[in-house]
Write a protein that binds this ligand. Structure first.
Ligand SMILES: Cn1cc(-c2ccnc(-n3ncc4cc(C(C)(C)C)cc(F)c4c3=O)c2CO)cc(Nc2ccncn2)c1=O
Length: 272
């Protein structure tokens, strides 16, 4: 039995944590002691065989700012995906509920962006594309620890409403021009999404392009019109967001570049 294969006898399922793209996710116990999250795949929601093949690679992606994939139960169907547990849920809800406290001093907000950037820099270095980076797909643990979650899983979603760029569930507001026009995903389209995520952080979890419908968002993005600077967002931070929204993917920074720029802001903030 490979390390990444988990037997259902090693799992005890507990309270539901919510339902995601593939069905219910529950809190669980692994080997009777370690708290984990268990996704039980809803029939027909995922291309399971392709995912099981890829799971070996994904368990090897290990970083302090990535939600760790521990393994998969696939001997019985539906398959169950077992990951690290993050006690404070997704970052979007966390920003909307706890954002006030965070915004008293701006550094926790910059720090959350820096953590996501660090996890994404590791994925970039590993030539791994997230494809659906957004605050809702990051999770929060103790002490404002933030980790990137569900990276790469969108490749296995069978729901056309989500996968097709004209589908009702497609994340239009996080999509770069080349993704909207040609479905061309890359680490540079992850960079675009990271800029949108930074805007989510500094608006404490607002939905981007408020009051705009899909057609208007696509028109604005393809015509190079960007989100405005959020009220509580320092100009230095907004300059970073705008780099992520260069129309030409090759003119966007790398996550490595962004890591350095965000660290410079943190040092400047602390020295002020
Ligand atoms: C690991 N983990 C997962 C979740 C959790 C719960 C429900 N849905 C989800 N989601 N959310 C989003 C999601 C998105 C995808 C895309 C393919 C990228 C579209 C694929 C998924 F499979 C999920 C999923 O399963 C998650 C995220 O995978 C919640 C946790 N924690 C808490 C804690 C307190 N309250 C609520 N949740 C936790 O620790």
């Amino acid at each position: 039995q490979d390390k990444w294969e988990i037997s259902s006898t090693e799992l005890t399922l507990m309270k539901p944590l919510g339902s995601g793209q593939f069905g219910v996710v529950r809190l669980g116990k692994f080997q009777g002691r370690m708290l984990v999250a268990v996704k039980t795949m809803r029939e027909g929601s995922m291309c399971e065989d392709d995912f099981i093949e890829e799971a070996k690679t994904m368990t090897k992606l290990q970083h302090p700012n990535l939600v760790q994939l521990y393994g998969v139960c696939f001997k019985e169907r539906p398959i169950q995906i077992v990951t690290e547990y993050m006690c404070n849920g997704n970052m979007s809800s966390y920003l909307r509920s706890k954002g006030r406290e965070l915004a008293e001093d701006r550094s926790p907000l910059v720090d959350m962006c820096q953590q996501v950037c660090s996890g994404m820099e590791y994925l970039e270095r590993s030539q791994f594309i997230h494809r659906d980076l957004a605050a809702r797909n990051c999770l929060v643990g103790e002490h404002n620890i933030v980790k990137v979650s569900d990276f790469g899983l969108s490749r296995y979603v069978l729901d056309d409403e989500y996968t097709s760029s004209t589908g009702s569930k497609f994340p239009i507001k996080w999509a770069s021009p080349e993704v909207l026009e040609f479905s061309r995903f890359s680490s540079k389209s992850d960079i675009w999404a990271f800029g949108i995520l930074m805007w989510e952080v500094f608006t404490l979890g607002k939905t981007p392009y408020p009051n705009l419908n899909t057609t208007d968002v696509v028109r604005q993005v393809t015509h190079g019109k960007h989100l405005d600077r959020p009220q509580r967002c320092p100009h230095g931070v907004y300059r970073i967001m705008k780099q992520c929204w260069e129309k030409d993917p090759m003119r966007r920074p790398t996550f490595k570049d962004l890591q350095g720029q965000i660290e410079d802001i943190q040092e400047k903030d602390y020295c002020e």
